[in-house]
Design a protein around this ligand. Structure first.
Ligand code: SAM
Length: 294
């Protein structure tokens, strides 16, 4: 994170100067995009070691999603977000194992599953800071001790359970209640149309309930949501260092943003296709949207 901070700091210096001289709202420009394209980070050996360990656990957590979740947690930590973590749909504990490596002092991990499939080895490194709730998500409000007092206390919430329409809507409503300041919600199987109801429930929740949550980042596996007030902080990190962060975790990625409007400005992050040169999809056509000019 030190290299990223230094890199971002260079943008801030230039930006603050321009801001002071012109008094305009600072936005990246064409040169900034070039600098971002050339920005690289050393290989993240700590993550690679963690990923090797996690690969041994049975489950559904791809190398791309391991890298993306790890990156999003690192971004959140760089913004000094604090709080517990929650996972609904744990299975053997593969994704939980990664969440556990990010627990900091005083933080706890709550795992929820309708069945007890948990492999104790997956959580052995942080067992004392983990609670397992054996219940369907529909019973979580009564099944989680002190649910009321734990509102706004979870900084990262991973939803990877049944993907049913009603269930997903209800899980997202609880996540909305439980999410802490600068919190992130990861919704699994976002583009898996074997569960087409999942994406329907997510967008119904986002656009009909008056929630302050918004889409931050779409991937082919998970969607990442944040509060509207935190969008700019996370989006800045994704734009300026997302691809370099993914590369440092062994994933050659491309970032797209083809829409930048008041109701939708999420990024899309995916693996690079053969022959794609830029790290930005449609860089010339979508320059303004990538940069974030409304
Ligand atoms: C796809 S698996 C989770 C995979 C896991 N996150 C991993 O990293 O391997 C889905 C899990 O959700 C659980 N599940 C299904 N319906 C549920 C519900 N209504 N409430 C809580 N858990 C549920 C299943 O028992 C299963 O363990």
């Amino acid at each position: 994170m030190h290299a990223v901070k230094q890199f971002l700091w260079r943008f801030e210096v230039v930006r603050n100067l321009a801001h002071a001289i012109r008094g305009t709202r600072p936005t990246p420009n064409r040169q900034d995009l070039q600098a971002i394209e050339h920005f690289s980070l050393p290989g993240n050996t700590e993550f690679q070691k963690t990923a090797e360990d996690i690969e041994r656990i049975e489950g559904m957590f791809s190398p791309f999603s391991m890298a993306a979740v790890d990156m999003m947690l690192a971004f959140q930590e760089s913004l000094e977000a604090k709080g517990d973590m929650l996972e609904i749909g744990t299975y053997r504990g593969k994704s939980a194992a990664l969440l556990g490596t990010h627990l900091r002092d005083g933080e706890r991990l709550t795992l929820v599953d309708i069945e007890d499939y948990l492999d104790p080895a997956a959580i052995s490194g942080f067992k004392g800071r983990t609670e397992f709730i054996h219940a369907p998500s529909s019973k979580l409000r009564s099944g989680m001790p002190n649910y009321g007092a734990r509102r706004s206390t979870f900084r990262f919430i991973h939803i990877d359970a049944s993907h049913g329409y009603e269930e997903t809507f209800h899980e997202l409503a609880m996540a909305d209640e439980l999410l802490a300041n600068r919190g992130l919600i990861a919704m699994d199987d976002f583009t898996n149309l074997n569960y087409s109801q999942n994406i329907a429930a997510i967008f119904k929740y986002l656009h009909t309930t008056g929630t302050k949550l918004t889409m931050l980042l779409a991937t082919d596996e998970k969607a990442y949501l944040c509060r509207k007030r935190d969008f700019g902080l996370f989006a800045d990190l994704i734009l300026k260092s997302g691809v370099a962060e993914m590369r440092s975790r062994g994933i050659d990625a491309v970032l797209a943003r083809t829409c930048y409007g008041p109701d939708y400005k999420a990024f899309y992050l995916r693996t690079r296709n053969p022959g794609e040169e830029s790290i930005f999809y449609g860089k010339e056509i979508y320059m303004n949207q990538i940069i974030g000019i409304g």
